[in-house]
Write a protein that binds this ligand. Structure first.
Ligand code: SF4
Length: 237
């Protein structure tokens, strides 16, 4: 009896062309591939519960090719979510295909699933990893996972995002930044005020708090900046 091999596919919520709204590549035009589902349940998540559709690898490549023709050139293909690394078997095929098409790959991730990351890192040009502080996410502490993940990024363009809310715990904040200082001290760290939906502008109290966090954080990681979400201010996807 012969079995036909299942087509390689993944659950994807959207594929679109837009400007990158966060981090050092803010303002560049990217193609975004947004994967369904996440292993976390952060309190502030905008993506929770979004349902995607099953797309095969050829479907995805065709859509990318079309977007590149109609909206390109694009500086990067941004793999985002949800958590793209939950789809690592798909990424193992997608990433080399993107490289063949001469795309640069930016991986946006929670920075926790280091085993999956190790299987695709060779094709990732840029890594945007989160540091998830339990006082903000209301989830477990992933300091050790973040440490292992950050070690793997050595030699690659990497930046870190920390979502900040007024309830951030300073001890926990210091512990995470000291880990970054020990593993990769020059990595840019972006302090991003927590926002929900399209409302991305924090109030004055949170802005003052961000200033305090930046000054304190600079003791450990000098390349620490306050970040914004440009797409929310411009009301684009
Ligand atoms: S890691 Fe990102 S996608 Fe996952 S629950 Fe948290 S905010 Fe949402």
């Amino acid at each position: 009896m012969t079995f036909r091999k299942a087509p390689v596919s993944a659950r994807i919520t959207e594929i679109f062309s837009s400007i990158q709204g966060e981090g050092p590549r803010m303002g560049e035009r990217h193609i975004f591939i947004r994967f369904e589902a996440c292993h976390m349940k952060c309190d502030y998540c905008d993506e929770a519960g979004k349902i995607g559709r099953t797309l095969s690898l050829p479907d995805v490549l065709r859509m990318l090719e079309k977007l590149e023709k109609t909206h390109g050139p694009h500086a990067c293909v941004c793999l985002t979510g949800g958590e793209p690394l939950l789809h690592v078997d798909f990424l193992k095929l997608l990433c080399p295909a993107l490289k063949k098409m001469r795309h640069r790959i930016l991986l946006e991730t929670s920075g926790i699933l280091w085993k999956s990351f190790s299987k695709v890192l060779k094709d990732c040009d840029i890594i945007a990893m989160d540091l998830k502080l339990p006082s903000v996410t209301r989830q477990a502490d992933y300091l050790e996972e973040h440490r292992r993940f950050l070690r793997l990024t050595k030699g690659r363009e990497t930046y870190i995002k920390i979502v900040v809310s007024p309830r951030i715990e300073l001890t926990e904040y210091g512990k995470h930044l000291r880990m970054v200082a020990a593993v990769a001290p020059a990595t840019p760290v972006f302090l991003q005020p927590m926002s929900r939906g399209k409302h991305g502008i924090p109030g004055p109290a949170l802005m003052r708090f961000l200033g305090t966090l930046q000054r304190t954080g600079a003791k450990w990681t000098p390349n620490i900046r306050v970040g914004i979400q440009l797409h929310k201010i411009l009301h684009v996807r």
